[in-house]
Design a protein around this ligand. Structure first.
Ligand SMILES: [Zn+2]
Length: 132
């Protein structure tokens, strides 16, 4: 197998427009996990809801996935490969409501953020405590 060219790697990393513009917080709201594969060493990892709401990623919750993709590098020592391949995966979370209901979904998201100690306004959601 010849080493992929730079253009092969760009092609492999290309995101569909709707994925590129999806915010990390949208992934939490929609119940998606974010799957990464390093183009250099093949390492795979997945960000689930717990990681996305965790202390390391919460500062990136309002970022679109194309910005995330440019910002992350492979965590494997000696690799550090940029521009991983990214896919959205159905997370299979059972949250006890119909995710197609946007109003309930948003209310659930606000609760999930507050439970994690994140102010919704800090991740770009219009919300004031009075609404609660
Ligand atoms: Zn790697």
């Amino acid at each position: 197998m010849p080493e992929p060219s730079a253009s092969d790697r760009r092609k492999a990393a290309a995101l569909k427009d709707e994925v590129a513009s999806t915010l990390l917080i949208d992934c939490v709201e929609l119940g998606h996990d974010v799957w990464f594969k390093c183009q250099y060493c093949g390492m795979e990892r997945t960000w689930g809801r717990r990681e996305m709401l965790g202390s390391k990623l919460r500062v990136r919750l309002a970022w679109p996935l194309d910005r995330i993709q440019r910002a992350v590098v492979c965590p494997i020592r000696g690799c550090g490969g940029p521009m991983p391949i990214i896919r959205l995966m159905q997370g299979g979370y059972q949250d006890g409501f119909d995710r197609a209901d946007a109003t309930r979904r948003r209310a659930w998201l606000i609760e999930a953020l507050l439970d994690a100690g994140i102010m919704p306004a800090d991740v770009g959601l219009a919300w004031t405590p009075a609404e609660r």
